[in-house]
Design a binder for this molecule. Structure first.
Ligand SMILES: *Cc1c(COP(=O)(O)O)cnc(C)c1O
Length: 406
């Protein structure tokens, strides 16, 4: 068994809270935060408000509209406020800004903070479109960008310039799943007044709370685990007290808002995120352990495995692991790879992840590096382990490996 001990990866009661202080446990908060049935005829879920114009009955009410919470569709409705409140509770945030996609949550967060002449540090294993936004948009607006080795830890101090304004982290990293020492980077950034951001999509906000570590902003592609059903696009920017106003007003100036049906679906998905994540965790670990023993597999990249180089850091930061990890197979012949993946019955191929269904994707991390290089031989794969029976998933991959070897 390569898990360090069952308790490392067993389901954690995750932030059970301090009952003496009347604090609620995480599962309870996820079920109840942001809901107010009494305000909606007793309906359990916040209704969908389709609205652009909000009518004011009198001139006095119109004159006072700057103080009204609901005054124009773009500024939010009870549907979007319910989702904001629920995500704020999940991420331990002072306020949440909702955006039309995870990629937009990234660009909005970057542009809200960075001005011409500023410098930003971005992890080398970051989600691809974040890298492209930095290279193609930030640079065009005169922002200096450097990518850093995600294993740098406190060594990030060496890369800080007098004009460094923001440090972007993602853990574990997209495609390659390295862990970053977030606490060490925050310890360097905080005294210098540098804003820290974590892309927290992998943990869904259930297994990691960056803001409780002193991180300023936790960004998620709500498209993934918050939605949980592969049927909507959403970004969430969960902000600590000092960051919320800046991000919120920037998003308003940019005209960023989300559609009411997507807000409704996302809050509905969110209600089951804790229980889904625990099952994703269990299924993924079983599959990862099985893959580790396969002769076709040269490496499994999953920080909850005791054999993973990021295991200690993962344990220090996270209370659990999600359903997404990577592995490397020895065979690189494209035709054989096609025979393997084309014949899979249960694993779909496509972008995104975080739904209830399993996915598999051949990846190439080499194209998405600049500060470091990816030299591991073999074909990288990314797998999202869904909520199916693991035995069936293993059987599907087992047959796939047979086709690969033929
Ligand atoms: C998918 C993803 C995003 C982008 O989300 P979209 O909603 O697809 O734009 C951002 N960060 C990470 C880590 C992701 O996996």
């Amino acid at each position: 068994m390569s898990l360090s001990s069952p308790s490392d990866t067993a389901v954690q009661p995750a932030a059970t809270g301090d009952r003496r202080n009347d604090k609620l446990g995480q599962d309870t908060v996820i079920c109840h935060a942001g809901r107010d049935p009494a305000a909606h005829f007793g309906a359990v879920n916040p209704p969908v408000f389709h609205a652009s114009t909000i009518l004011f009955p009198t001139l006095a009410a119109l004159d006072a509209k700057a103080d009204a919470k609901i005054r124009y569709g773009r500024r939010g409705t009870p549907t979007t406020f319910a989702l904001e409140d629920a995500v704020a509770a999940l991420e331990a945030a002072a306020g949440v800004v909702l955006t039309p996609s995870g990629a937009n949550a990234i660009s909005t967060t970057l542009l809200a903070h960075l001005s011409p002449g500023d410098h930003a540090l971005i992890a080398d294993n970051v989600y691809g479109p974040c890298r492209h936004c930095a290279n193609e948009v930030l640079r065009r607006f005169g922002v200096d960008v450097d990518f850093y080795d995600p294993l740098i830890g406190a060594g990030i101090a060496r890369m800080i310039k007098p004009n460094t304004r923001l440090i972007w982290m993602e853990a574990p990293g997209s495609l390659t799943f390295e862990m970053t020492d977030i606490a060490a980077i925050v310890a360097v950034a905080k005294p210098r007044g540098i804003v820290t951001v974590v892309d927290n999509t992998w943990s869904g906000g259930v297994f990691f709370k960056p803001l409780t570590l002193g991180v300023d902003i936790s960004v998620q592609a709500g498209t993934k685990y918050i939605s949980g059903h592969s049927d909507l696009m959403l970004g969430t920017i969960a902000c600590a007290e000092g960051s919320y106003g800046r991000v919120k007003s920037f998003a308003q100036r940019m005209g960023i808002c989300i559609a009411p049906d997507d807000a409704y679906l996302a809050q509905r998905g969110l209600r089951t995120i804790a229980v889904r994540m625990r099952q994703h965790q269990v299924n993924a670990l079983q599959l990862a352990l099985w893959l580790e023993k396969r002769p076709e597999v040269t490496r499994v990249m999953h920080p909850a495995l005791a054999t993973d180089p990021g295991h200690a850091l993962w344990k220090a930061h996270f209370t659990g692991a999600s359903g997404l990890f990577g592995f490397v197979i020895r065979e690189t012949d494209r035709r054989k790879l096609a025979a393997m993946v084309d014949g899979l019955r249960l694993f779909g191929m496509g972008s995104s992840w975080g739904g209830y269904e399993s996915l598999i994707l051949p990846t190439d991390p080499r194209a998405l590096r600049s500060a470091t290089s990816w030299t591991e031989p073999g074909q990288c794969m990314r797998v999202h382990v869904g909520l199916e029976d693991v035995a069936d998933l293993i059987d599907d991959l087992d047959r796939g490996f047979d086709r690969l070897g033929r």
